[in-house]
Write a protein that binds this ligand. Structure first.
Ligand code: IPM
Ligand code: MG
Length: 365
């Protein structure tokens, strides 16, 4: 099998961290004899500047034909004045990819790294051993609702984005969530606001049914989203897998990044379905959780760890190479343990210095 990877650096520091992670991808796949077919393309405002669109149709065709996409980040305040008609999938190249590929399950993995325990805003004893995944529903809810707009007919303008989920959308998402939990510590926390929202009531009912009927071996708890946010900041180490809708998942995944010391540390994997054995048979998107960070572009100091760890997730979920994934994660930890750190995690190393060290550690493991 040849692994087909489409690399989309995107905007800001995106190309810098994707460039770093591709070096790790190449070394790691060589070490296990996995042939790679990598192609690169533009996304976001970089594509806009070159082609007048945030994503070209040929990029979408390439996305459908590959096994995995490695994406950097999108967003550039320089283009804030441009107004593109339509929904988020028309205005944002990454949202378009998520929507087009229907990667509705987005795993965002937050860990307290031993080397960074003193660097976070938590007391080390509160976060030690924290290892949690926020699984965010990525293709539905208010973020992609077609029922959106601004009504200017009244005295006061009225803006709305309908938060809606079908039973089928919640079911397919919950199944992936429970499957991922089965591969971990088998504990799922589902969050909603079923005390207020009807959509939240359906969310809770469906997740509960799927859990009880199909995954009785997985412990399931439900929290209201506000309480989940509070508990997450008090006792993060108690969490394993958190299931959340598109909006709550967006918020809780950034919040959970605090345990790792920097948003720059967090990887993600977004896919639509896991086969037996835990592999995604359709194209999956791997990307760091951080944004395009325009303030540090071109300085060579962007933290590549979130993107390198996304490559580890790529080996696990798109290639079924779990040992290789663990080795990359081990190499990142080893690099951090030997004192390598970009400024966001308290050091003064460059993107390339950390990447070189991760590769050196990988080759030693
Ligand atoms: C994320 C980002 C995006 C989102 C933005 C840039 C549209 O915050 O990936 O979490 O809300 O999904
Ligand atoms: Mg976000």
């Amino acid at each position: 099998m040849t692994l087909k990877v489409l690399a989309l650096g995107g905007d800001g520091i995106g190309p810098e961290v994707v460039g770093a992670a591709l070096q790790v991808l190449e070394v790691a796949s060589k070490s296990i004899g996995l042939p790679l077919d990598i192609s690169e393309d533009a996304l976001g405002w970089t594509a806009w500047e070159r082609y007048g669109t945030v994503i070209r149709p040929e990029t979408l065709s390439k996305a459908h034909a590959c096994d995995a996409l490695l994406v950097g980040a999108v967003g550039d305040p320089k283009w804030d004045h441009i107004v593109i008609e339509g929904g988020p999938e028309d205005q944002d190249g990454l949202m378009k990819l998520r929507h087009e590929l229907q990667v509705f399950a987005c795993l965002r993995w937050a860990r307290a790294h031993a080397a960074l325990l003193e660097h976070t805003s938590f007391k080390p004893e509160v976060i030690i051993n924290t290892d949690l995944i926020v699984i965010r529903e990525l293709c539905g809810g208010a973020m992609f609702s077609p029922t959106r707009g601004i009504d200017e007919s009244g005295q006061s303008r009225r803006a709305y984005d309908l938060n809606e989920y079908t039973e089928a959308e919640i079911e397919r998402f919950a199944r992936v969530g429970f499957e991922v939990a089965r591969r971990r510590r088998k504990r799922v926390l589902s969050v909603d606001k079923s005390n207020v929202f009807i959509a939240g009531k359906l969310w809770r009912e469906v997740v509960d049914r799927i859990g009880k009927r199909e995954f009785p071996d997985v412990e399931l708890t439900h929290f209201f989203a506000d309480n989940a946010a509070y508990q997450l900041s008090c006792r993060p180490a108690d969490f394993d897998v958190i299931l959340a809708d598109n909006l709550f998942g967006d918020i809780l995944s950034d919040q959970s990044a605090a345990v790792s010391g920097s948003l720059g540390m967090l990887p993600s994997a977004c896919f639509s379905h896991l086969q037996e054995g835990g592999r995604s048979e359709r194209p999956a998107i791997y990307e760091p959780v951080h944004g395009s960070a325009p303030d540090i572009v071109g300085q060579g100091i962007a933290n590549p760890c979130g993107t390198i760890l996304s490559v580890a997730m790529l080996f696990e979920y798109s290639a079924g190479e779990i040992d290789c994934a663990r080795k990359i994660e081990g190499a990142v930890d080893a690099a951090l343990n030997s004192g390598f750190a970009t400024p966001d995690i308290g050091g003064d190393h460059t993107t390339q210095q950390i990447t070189d060290e991760v590769i050196r550690q990988f080759s030693r493991l």
